[in-house]
Design a protein around this ligand. Sequence first.
Ligand SMILES: NC(=O)c1ccc[n+]([C@@H]2O[C@H](COP(=O)([O-])OP(=O)(O)OC[C@H]3O[C@@H](n4cnc5c(N)ncnc54)[C@H](OP(=O)(O)O)[C@@H]3O)[C@@H](O)[C@H]2O)c1
Length: 307
Amino acid sequence: MTASSLPSRAVRYHEFGGPEVLLIEQLEAAPPGEGEVRVRFAAGGLNPVDWKIRSGRSRIQLPLPVAVGREFSGVVEAVGPGVDDLSVGDAVFGSIPQGAFADLVVAPASVVARVPEGVPLEVAAGLALAGQTAWDALESQHLQQGDVIVVSAAAGGVGGMLCQLAVARGLRVIGTAGPANHGWLRSRGIEPVLYGEGLHERLAAAAPEGITAVFDQAGAETIEAALAFGVPADRINTIAADASAYGVRNVGRGAVHPPTLDALAALVADGTLDVPIAATYPLSEVRAAFEFLEAGRLRGKVVVTAD
Ligand SMILES: NC(=O)c1ccc[n+]([C@@H]2O[C@H](COP(=O)([O-])OP(=O)(O)OC[C@H]3O[C@@H](n4cnc5c(N)ncnc54)[C@H](OP(=O)(O)O)[C@@H]3O)[C@@H](O)[C@H]2O)c1
């Protein structure tokens, strides 16, 4: 360990596979460099991409060993040269390409934002990837009053926020979910529809006047139902299937954009955006956290927290 690096446990794996390949390793965190901050980890949001890469079957291929975790929250404990808008003690959240599940996270200050008063760190931990994805996908369609949209996996990490952002704009939102999530969707102004066989008929019954845009977080079924329904391909966005195979759009999260993170956090703070925490696990139980996520039935975000 060099003089100014500090011990930091991190979640990593050295081979692709199931949750059992996840290890907690004793590493060290470097001091923050130019434009960077070092954050004492409080919580991290799990995302399907984390296990897809871990499985070895993702189109995203990372060299081994892979350091796990893309979104996090915590408290700034050191500030590098050139950082003048963040200070030691600030509660922040953000997203990095890998390695966010560690006691200490070194990140560019340009990919973090402050956690406002009243927003729990566990909730903030799910905003920088899932939240900004929802925001960027919704923005890409330039929706207007009168649009009727369908959102699949409407109670999931991305879908849940996308639905609520759309409701806040006064749009009519139909969301697909399992029965256990229909009550929550209704409570947020979203009309629930069961996914699975017969989806096309249920959508036709829910929106006889037509659907003007579709945001898919679940895969082929929603896209096929939307195309059969006559929704134009350029009004269908998927982040969960091969968009090119259907000729539909594929807008996911763009570069991390702190003003968007600020806007998302402000919407959580004022109650517009409810981000349920489906489950929390201490970092030392990260395998169990992934098992829960990968089971596929949840509402909101799965979060790991500092032990
Ligand atoms: N390109 C990007 O920028 C980007 C960013 C983030 C995520 N993604 C991708 O987007 C997808 C969604 O991510 P996420 O974080 O929102 O996932 P998530 O939170 O794990 O999604 C869980 C939700 O999926 C729902 N679900 C499961 N099977 C379903 C089915 N057959 N039809 C409809 N809904 C179903 C579940 O509904 P019930 O519990 O109600 O049954 C659950 O609420 C993933 O494929 C992810 O990799 C892409």
